[in-house]
Design a protein around this ligand. Sequence first.
Ligand SMILES: [Zn+2]
Length: 280
Amino acid sequence: MSLTLKIPHNDSSPGAEPAFRPFDLIAGAADQRLILFCDHASNALPPAYGDLGLCREALGRHIAFDIGAEKVVRRLAALTGAAAALALFSRLLIDPNRGEDDPTLVMRISDGALIPGNARIGEEEIARRVETYWRPYRAACAGLIDSALARGQIPVLIGIHSFTPCFQGCARRWQAGVLWDKDPRLALPLIEGLRAENIVVGDNEPYDGALLGDSMYEHSTRRGLPGALIEIRQDLLETPAHCEAWAERLARVVAPILSRAETRGIEFFGSRADPKISSA
Ligand SMILES: [Zn+2]
């Protein structure tokens, strides 16, 4: 498929290292409606930002990215022919799964760790990160959707994330979670399909999927496109074989959902996070 989007040359320092790519795109098969988003694929930081004052250990943790999610997305795309967009910058730089006005768009403190490179960030620097990283990635995701619609397809959108096995001292029992707002078309059959695979699935756990301005809100809820977010527990993604097994499982679960009639139309269900968006 041809994409009109270009990866910007965004490293402004003259004669410096090669431009940092804010995202990667995988072109899908022409007859495949599934589009995958991997907002937290990477813990990479553009060279100009160094390590944001964090040690290597901190950058290897969940605060910087969703461990294992990138491998699952790349493998799932290969298995299904889905298109995919992957953000190649750490959420600590700027979080692609937060709205532009969200106070957690750039975290000053994450999971108890102070982020020195963000501690005294001003509006101007936030705006710069929005323009250079956040907006190009959002536009790339929208570009995949627009390409599908231009081909006459109603795309089905799934965000893949991962979560920590333990949060504030409590073990999380779910092996996976399906997060959704008010559109049940994808979420309910995903929950059912994963449970049929003997997976302990959280329904809007460990997080609530209704979040104003997040990726699902932007790409699915606002546009009436079937979408959901899948969270996988990180201890189940520790090895390439684990990630491969999850990709195969998700491919099995998603395939019959794509043939369901209710996923083939634009329908507005509204949002629990935004009363201004009403269901039509
Ligand atoms: Zn995530």
